[in-house]
Design a protein around this ligand. Structure first.
Ligand code: HEM
Ligand code: HEM
Length: 145
């Protein structure tokens, strides 16, 4: 498995552990529900999205019989996604206490997280490419009604 696929899956599991811990803390201490968006994004951007990034980088090239378009971009994307999410989560945690600091962190963290998402879209799009039917497969295809 390539470094970036393994690293995304490990990051996903780490965000999942942190997100579930904050969920449990909110369940036990309802006043902490002010941190709900931090919990939500640790789980949906951290656990779910990063798991999809990691699995997709491993599986999609195998589906298409190609290679990841840019392994270097995938490695850069891992850092951008994790730094972006860390800033976003800290922004969500800070906002109830200091709106000015919180909102600035959210803008930066949100922009960096979005950049990581678009790197993934570009890299997977170029990996899939344009599929052309192979001559042998076309010949083997049944004809007629
Ligand atoms: C043991 C695991 C978890 C616990 C104990 C937990 C607990 C909570 C609690 C207490 C809330 C606040 C509900 C309220 O508004 O009063 C919440 C909200 C939320 N949780 Fe979790 N959670 C867990 C796992 C997850 C996972 C795995 C995901 C996503 C994959 C998730 C996504 C969300 C979202 C999106 C919200 C906000 C829902 C809304 O907009 O109202 N949670 N969770
Ligand atoms: C670049 C990526 C993203 C950014 C910058 C972002 C930003 C935000 C912001 C600013 C809010 C409003 C929170 C509030 O003011 O209470 C929000 C809410 C929410 N977002 Fe995202 N989001 C991103 C990705 C996602 C993804 C990928 C999902 C789901 C797969 C998602 C699910 C949600 C949910 C469920 C809520 C409601 C949470 C709550 O009730 O506290 N977001 N998001």
């Amino acid at each position: 498995m390539d470094w970036y696929a393994r690293a995304f899956i490990k990051a996903s599991l780490t965000w999942f552990s942190l997100g579930v811990a904050l969920g449990l803390a909110m369940a036990a201490h309802p006043a902490w529900v002010i941190y709900r968006p931090a919990h939500a994004h640790m789980n949906v951007l951290g656990f779910v999205t990063m798991m999809i990034y990691g699995i997709a980088y491993h599986v999609i090239p195998r589906f298409t019989g190609s290679r990841v378009h840019s392994p270097r971009l995938a490695t850069v994307q891992w850092w951008v996604a994790n730094v972006g999410l860390a800033l976003l989560v800290v922004g969500f945690l800070a906002r109830p206490h200091s709106a000015a600091i919180g909102v600035h962190l959210l803008i930066v963290g949100g922009t960096v997280s979005a950049a990581a998402a678009y790197m993934f879209v570009y890299n997977i799009w170029r990996t899939i490419g344009t599929e052309r039917p192979r001559a042998s497969a076309a010949a083997a295809r049944p004809r007629g009604p």
